[in-house]
Write a protein that binds this ligand. Structure first.
Ligand SMILES: Nc1ncnc2c1ncn2[C@@H]1O[C@H](COP(=O)(O)OP(=O)(O)OP(=O)(O)O)[C@@H](O)[C@H]1O
Length: 470
């Protein structure tokens, strides 16, 4: 398909890059350096895709966006922004943008987005009406590429009713993202309820979620609405979803698939009008493999997954986060309170408690420093224990998935007809490390180690023997 793409950007290099890239795909490219010039072209030529920069000389891209939709009969519009905050992303999508790119971007990402936009016919879809932005609530800070990607995902899913699974280590901001999704959704005027079922009395989880009728169990003195009823029309965040008991997993699946549930002691189903968001710091796929989490529920929840990377993999966010926390507590001259040397030291830590740990550490340091610029000595002494300085270089630690992928690719590259089969080979690398860590933790007690590992004691014994660890 040969399409006409209109690129509106006052940076000639960006126009040039798009021109080269899209002409290479056989498309015709028009370029403009202002919204006004772009609109003139859009009114003159049939345009299939618009690439629109936010920052333009006169009218900005976000406010000109509806005009481009009108002029192009709702052609898809990809917004380019250098501002990279969540509000801009959401404003772009709410004003009808199909997708957005944050500068600097990789050309391959831009090309992928352009191809998707051109492949899908958006022309029949009316643009989403402009809505006023709700700017209150907690702010999500992040200038790293990883957080830009998260903002983009939030903006794209917020206005739909899709379930979203939020994953990431503790303290990475899953709950904050969940709030942001609700705040930017069409349910924002309705209740938002976050609950961790695991924190509830196990006997009462079902009644807490779905309600009960009088006499359903001892102590049920009267009818009671559950969480799903209280949140009617709004959003529910189920935190720590990985710990949900199996019986409740089945009932949740019913809510997700059929949109109905029953109060405890009642057989007539009720309609559920809630959007369900779920969060976990666990590896749910592994929990499925271990039989602890229903696979059907996992797939139903994980249709859209937003992963919050650990802070140690986005250390460029540490400076803006510190500034944000200090400003929020009205710290004197907050923007000069952390110098480059201190920032470099903070960036050296692993922050296993992630942003929660950083926030508490900054609050502690602010109290100790009482208005003067902060120094490392103002931070809590145990910070070093929770967040150990990295041994090696400044490079962010590769995730276990990255390490495994790299290893697998190396093996596959090395030889086509690999000598050792890869699966047992990988297990023989992973298992000894895992077993040793668990045995160290249990003081060498194998029964406890087997229990913690979730394998039979005999299996553990055999594996230790295999690895000559017995
Ligand atoms: N990007 C961010 N910008 C500003 N504050 C953040 C950000 N991410 C997290 N925080 C703050 O860090 C703290 C922890 O965040 P949150 O509770 O959302 O994490 P979580 O991933 O849900 O943690 P857990 O898994 O332990 O429930 C909160 O005080 C939150 O306001």
């Amino acid at each position: 398909m040969n399409a006409t793409v209109l690129v509106v950007d006052d940076e000639p290099s960006i126009c040039w890059a798009f021109e080269r890239m899209l002409q290479g795909e056989g498309h015709h490219v028009l370029t403009a350096s202002s919204a006004e010039e772009g609109l003139r072209l859009a009114n003159k030529h049939p345009v299939d895709l618009v690439i629109l920069d936010v920052r333009l000389p006169n009218e900005d891209g976000i406010s000109a966006l509806p005009k481009f939709l009108a002029a192009t009969d709702n052609a898809p519009v990809v917004i380019i922004t250098a501002f990279g905050d969540l509000e801009t992303a959401v404003a772009a999508v709410k004003n009808g943008a199909t997708d957005y790119l944050t500068k600097p971007f990789k050309l391959e990402d831009a090309l992928r987005i352009c191809r998707t936009c051109l492949r899908t016919s958006f022309r029949s879809t009316a643009p989403v009406a402009t809505q006023s932005m709700n700017r209150d609530g907690s702010v999500l800070i992040g200038k790293s590429q990883a957080m830009q990607f998260v903002f983009r995902q939030i903006a794209l899913v917020a206005d739909s009713d899709l379930s979203v699974l939020l994953t990431g280590e503790t303290g990475t901001g899953k709950e904050l993202v969940s709030e942001a999704i609700h705040r930017h959704s069409r349910r924002s005027s309705k209740p938002y309820i976050a609950i961790a079922p695991v924190a509830l009395n196990p006997d009462l989880i079902e009644s807490e979620l779905f309600g009960h009728v009088k006499g359903a169990f001892t102590g049920a003195a009267e009818d009671r609405a559950g969480l799903f009823e209280q949140a009617d029309g709004g959003t529910v965040l189920l935190d720590e979803i990985g710990d949900l008991p199996p019986a409740i997993q089945v009932k949740l699946l019913r809510v997700l698939e059929q949109g109905e549930y029953c109060r405890v002691g009642e057989f007539k189903p009720r309609r559920a009008n809630v959007r369900i968001l779920a969060a976990t710091h666990r590896d749910l796929q592994n929990a499925c493999r271990m039989g602890r989490f229903r696979e059907d529920l996992f797939h139903r929840l994980a249709g859209v997954q937003i992963h919050l990377p650990p802070l140690r993999q986005r250390i460029e966010d540490i400076g803006p986060l510190c500034l944000h926390f200090l400003t929020a507590m009205d710290y004197a001259a907050a923007d000069a309170a952390i110098d480059d040397e201190l920032l470099a030291e903070l960036q050296q830590l692993d922050w296993y408690g992630n942003i929660r740990e950083l926030k508490n550490a900054v609050a502690h340091a602010a109290v100790v420093a009482r208005g003067r610029p902060l120094s490392i000595d103002d931070f809590p002494s145990q910070m070093g224990l929770v967040a150990k300085p990295r041994q090696a270089t400044d490079q962010p630690t590769a995730s276990i998935e990255e390490v495994i992928r790299e290893w697998a690719e190396q093996q596959l590259e090395a030889e086509e007809s690999a000598s050792a089969p890869l699966h047992p080979e990988l297990l023989s690398l992973i298992e000894p490390v895992l077993f040793q860590a668990v045995l160290d933790h249990t003081g060498g007690n194998r029964a406890k180690a087997a229990q913690r590992l979730g394998i039979h004691r005999g299996t553990l014994r055999d594996r230790l023997k295999l690895y000559r660890m017995d």
